[in-house]
Design a protein around this ligand. Sequence first.
Ligand SMILES: Cc1cc2nc3c(=O)[nH]c(=O)nc-3n(C[C@H](O)[C@H](O)[C@H](O)COP(=O)(O)OP(=O)(O)OC[C@H]3O[C@@H](n4cnc5c(N)ncnc54)[C@H](O)[C@@H]3O)c2cc1C
Length: 574
Amino acid sequence: MYQRYDAVIVGAGGAGLMAALNLAGHGHVAVISKLYPIRSHTGAAQGGIGAALGNLEEDHWEWHMFDTVKGGDYLADQDAVEILCREAVETVYELEHWGLPFSRTPDGKIAQRPFGGHTREYGKAPVRRSCYAADRTGHMILQTLYQQGIKNQVHFYNEFHLLDLLIEQGRCAGVVALCLATGEIYTFHAKAVILATGGCGRIYRVTSNALALTGDGMAVALRRGIPLEDMEFFQFHPTGIYKLGILLSEAARGEGGILRNRDGERFMQRYAPTLLDLAPRDMVSRAIYREVQQGRGIDGKNYVHLDVRHLGSEVLDQKLPDITDFVRTYLGIDPLREPVPVQPTAHYAMGGLPTDLEGRVVIDEKNTPLPGLYAAGEVACVSVHGANRLGTNSLVDILVFGRRAGRHAGKYIEENDWVPLPPSPDGPAQDLVNQLLSGNGNERAAAIRDTLQDEMMDKAGVFREAKGLEAMQQKLRELRQRYRQVKVEDRGRKYNTELLEVIELGGMIEISEALVAGALARQESRGAHSREDFPKRDDPGWLKHSLAYQTPKGIELKFKPVTITKFEPKERKY
Ligand SMILES: Cc1cc2nc3c(=O)[nH]c(=O)nc-3n(C[C@H](O)[C@H](O)[C@H](O)COP(=O)(O)OP(=O)(O)OC[C@H]3O[C@@H](n4cnc5c(N)ncnc54)[C@H](O)[C@@H]3O)c2cc1C
């Protein structure tokens, strides 16, 4: 099947929809999504969107910028962070004008609450910066944007699964996708493509990420010679529900929740005396691991307690209704009466497709753009989050840079023509599908996926060291071999979700290879990347971004400098 559009956006989460709204009106635009749009993971975001509105106390975008740079352990590109924090303010008002039902202050302004790492006056004390709609902020954002998309006549291809990216004459020429309902493969010829396919948390066993977050956009681009930036930085959120990983938003601590060990001690006092439970996530997750290692986990096990009993039913019911429900449903615990068992859960990829400030994908250390190709949202790395993202900053990122990518692509499609398609554009995708549907190996995808997730959790999780990472590389080589023998039981074409899961798994192995190569090379500890064998940050050696390329010989790494404008790297204390 052949379709032609001026621009195609892959992904209908916050980033994809925002890009689409800014492109609509400049040409013929389609959004392809493997999920029905409002099932995208953006809808699961709970805690809020950060913007220095100053509704409840003094606040400034410069403070927000400082917090973001420091929270990211000085690896973020500061020109990009400045844009993020300045444009956050107008973005929140734009959402309000589109009808987003924010929670309100008594005098009718958008309500704001504290969040990890967000402070006033450059680190003095927590500040109320997170704008929220109870603990359903992402849900409201997604609904609002989707309504606007329908109103602006964006053309949606739902349940279409991206399989390949087309590049011809050094420019992007479109994408290839599989229609779930029919099993047919479509070639989408386009002048511009925006990848907005979200994150890849499913490479880990315990994760807050939805089933669909398998990093497909990253994998497809990696195979086409595009690098992935800073993949070694993967954030673990401190408060996943024990064993399940389902997220209990940082908003619980923003509203006053406290972490306690088996002795009932508020242990964050020892790790972050100023910000306590509202220290950045990398620090709190490490603190939980340390407590557990030193025998202070609850009942000697690998979890601690989140205590919200003192907040009272009014706060829980009005400001945290969803997560209160989760705790009752999944644990059978009433958080008003009992503390909640929590453990760190794989949450957010700081790394992704390298882009410039306009969302253009760049392919080397000199930031050379690949014309016609854009990326925005969690799939991308601008980089605004550096080595560790602050809570509420992803929702800002997806909207601010989704908009910038959409705007730039809008100009690009007006000024440029289609490049011809490569010969047999859907050939590689057809081959992949045919091979998988006719393979007669005896490996089960579920078993390979289980091993991958367990091993990644163990060897490339919160703490890493050379020995474990080398063992992980070996394991990934084995998994690749086993993957070649994988058997797809369902040989049909229509609604073959098993086939798509197997395709996702192939990509997850490849992304893990990039992540592990970066983690092994980076001989320092910075933000979420914590090496037991190199416990210090090393600015002279490692204040640089990694770029991982897939080659026939395995992953090759290059490096590019960090942009520093206002804040020189300092020791990170909270
Ligand atoms: C439980 C949870 C709570 C969170 N809370 C917050 C919060 O309070 N504040 C905050 O700032 N951040 C939060 N985050 C992070 C934030 O929600 C995400 O980083 C962000 O929403 C990602 O948006 P996105 O548009 O990049 O991707 P997503 O919303 O994940 O959308 C990805 C889209 O890509 C499509 N797609 C993927 N693969 C393919 C493919 N192969 N073919 C076609 N389409 C494809 C999907 O269908 C989907 O439409 C939270 C994350 C989680 C998991």
